[in-house]
Write a protein that binds this ligand. Structure first.
Ligand code: ATP
Ligand code: MG
Length: 441
């Protein structure tokens, strides 16, 4: 892909245009990170770009952005432009084709606004990006207040970039984010969700959430999360502090590289953030200790409400809510008979639930990871006995024929019971199953 990106620049230049790599890929290259994609900027106008490359899609032609598909890779090739002020703080109303320098000025942060000519091996830095990169600074280009008002997404991008690269904020940038936090309401739910997803998967989700909290952004996006602050936990089991502190330590635990060889799923991350979000409303000082009865189902309900509000994809909502709802299963699993445990162990999301268990245990002090290890040992030995759920000895139709039952709860129950008998290895053949169904219908 990188070689193709060099060729694109060479081609454009050979036709007399200026052409550079731009933005994120230049930043990543200077940081020694392999860029995910290469964006190209050029003095060529959209029509000229389309004429030069065979396979193009006018994804944002109005804004001067053409997608070119070359050697199977996608490249955004954009004409130098300056955005005219937007009237609603979302998208520019129009663009004006302009120069490289002006194109740099319209970008968000200094480290994101450098260009690189891979043919001449030359960096074009109109905004002091290199210096800030060395200093590890996230700094708005120009006047922070104005830049935020042009596009309120930049409030979240500042926090995301800082935590992705483990940088620091320029104080003027941070203060401006703080002063303008209330405008996150102007960003579309989809763009918010996308940024939050990148933040939570960044190397430092904990500080991303802490900074969202400190700036006031979190209070607006997810007040339910802020409500975890200052909610005491039973000191017998939680020396780490309040519910918020526990959630923060748990999300941090997903970065324990000695435990996770690859990053857990986005859904696991959200479930870890939400797993105890039902604790504030279930808090009770009981006779023996502080209790949060049935908090897991409260957490799942609140998590759903948050995710629906932020327009998470439907399937993701169900997935995260399932993990959240069942995060208290651990102890019960230990005491279950094997055939019941197997139903959990065969669940397609079980290993993700284990990730949530792990984070929850590792985020607790003193850590109760020995229970986690016990479950893991059971999981391995049970699955060695029965790696997959067995093929049903009888299906629903067979059972209806044998019993005269019609589809409904009774039939469903019988199918489930039969499955359990099979898992317990009490029924081994079709004949066993027929006899059992006749006796239990
Ligand atoms: P990554 O792709 O790793 O998230 P990136 O910096 O490439 O980081 P993109 O969203 O792909 O981010 O945007 C590409 C470039 O476009 C940025 O580097 C920046 O120069 C510019 N840019 C993106 N979004 C904005 C914005 N909201 N305001 C101003 N400039 C932006
Ligand atoms: Mg990018």
């Amino acid at each position: 892909m990188q070689l193709t990106a060099v060729e694109i620049v060479r081609t454009l230049q050979s036709k007399g245009h200026q052409a550079y790599w731009a933005g994120g890929c230049v930043r990543d290259m200077l940081l020694g990170i392999t860029p995910k994609d290469f964006d190209i900027v050029t003095s060529a106008k959209p029509e000229e770009i389309e004429a030069i490359f065979d396979h193009t899609i006018p994804v944002g032609k109005k804004f001067g952005v053409i997608l070119a598909i070359i050697d199977g890779h996608h490249f955004e090739i954009a004409t130098f432009r300056s955005d005219s002020a937007s009237s609603d703080g979302r998208r520019p109303d129009a663009v004006i084709f302009s120069s490289a320098e002006e194109d740099a000025q319209r970008r968000d942060f200094t480290i994101n606004a450098m260009f690189y000519d891979p043919v001449a091996d030359k960096i074009y830095d109109y905004v002091g990006g290199q210096k800030d990169l060395e200093e590890k600074l996230i700094r708005f280009i120009g006047e922070p207040e104005k830049r935020i008002a042009e596009d309120y997404l930049r409030l979240l991008r500042a926090i995301r970039m800082k935590n992705t690269f483990q940088f620091q904020y320029h104080p003027d940038t941070y203060q401006a984010v703080k002063r303008n936090a209330q405008y996150v309401t102007k960003i579309s739910a989809e763009r918010i969700t996308d940024e939050l997803g990148k933040m939570i998967l960044s190397p430092h989700p904990r500080t991303a959430f802490e900074e969202m909290e400190d700036t006031g952004v979190l209070q607006i996006l997810m007040p339910e999360m802020v409500a975890m602050k200052g909610v005491a936990q039973p000191h017998q089991y939680h020396h780490e502090g309040d519910v918020w502190e526990h959630a923060m330590r748990s999300i941090e635990a997903l970065r324990n590289t000695e435990h996770f060889t690859q990053t857990p799923s986005l859904e696991v991350h959200w479930a870890v953030i939400f797993h105890d979000i039902g604790k504030p409303e279930t808090f009770k000082v009981a006779e023996d200790r502080i209790r949060f009865d049935h908090h897991a189902s409260h957490s799942a309900r609140i998590a759903r409400a948050i995710m629906q509000r932020l327009k998470f994809p439907r399937r993701m909502i169900d997935h995260v809510a399932w993990l959240t709802e069942h995060h208290m299963m651990m102890v019960q699993l230990i005491d279950m008979p094997q055939h019941k445990r197997l139903q959990w162990f065969h669940h397609p999301l079980f290993l993700e639930l284990m990730d949530v268990f792990y984070a929850d245990a590792a985020g607790t002090e003193p850590s109760n990871q020995d229970i986690y290890e016990k479950i893991l040992a059971l999981y391995r030995s049970d699955l060695a006995d029965m790696p997959h759920p067995p093929e049903p000895l009888l299906n629903g139709n067979d059972i209806m024929e044998l019993t005269g039952l019609t589809p409904g709860p009774n039939l469903g129950q019988l199918v489930a019971d039969l499955h359990e008998q099979q898992l317990a290895k009490k029924l081994l053949t079709r004949e066993d199953a027929i006899a059992w169904v006749k006796a239990h219908a």
